[in-house]
Ligand binder design. Sequence first.
Ligand SMILES: [Zn+2]
Length: 220
Amino acid sequence: MINVLEDEDCTICENLDTPFSNHAPELTPEKKIELIQPKVKEILEILGLDTNDSSLAKTPYRVAKMWVKELFYGLSVENKPSVSKFQKNYDYGEMIVSKNISIFSTCEHHLLPIIGKAHVAYFPKNNEVVGLSKINRIVDFYAKRPQVQERLTYQIVNEIQSVMQSEDVACVVEAKHLCVNYRGIRDTNSSTVTSLFEGQFKQQTTKEEFLKSISLETEF
Ligand SMILES: [Zn+2]
């Protein structure tokens, strides 16, 4: 069942999976850019702009390319980062935290930016870890979709659980939504925090250790 938004505000997440259409055609990135371009041109013209003006002439192409190749590249599964694990030759069973991972995403209700940070933690299983930058790549892949913050938090946790073959993953996302800061209520100071604690992170002491480590001052 599709939940219809009753008002113009961003609401709580209705669906933890990205709502792909069942009949989404298999199109190459180039084909998508080719098809999106005239639609953007049409929108600009409906808004009353002259798309033949030298400043606007290439805007439809720029927007189409930016959506397909940058802002929404995470909609294509073939762009999913391949994450290989490697075996450590020393025993380290403590939590590993990656914090202050930059998030640049797009709110799916308004197509306006979501800007923030993700903090992720996991416990190595079977002495295996992933390269640190791989966590950033997973965060970025899911951020580069039209998103809802709660879903982004869930998708990051879910992916790391699946890569690590472990339940013990946690994620906190803090972000500003430009649909709140820049339009609507125009509250430039507010931000939203979402979190998901799975496996061992459901235990109060473990959760607190993670929250404490992300609150540490780390200006270098
Ligand atoms: Zn929004």
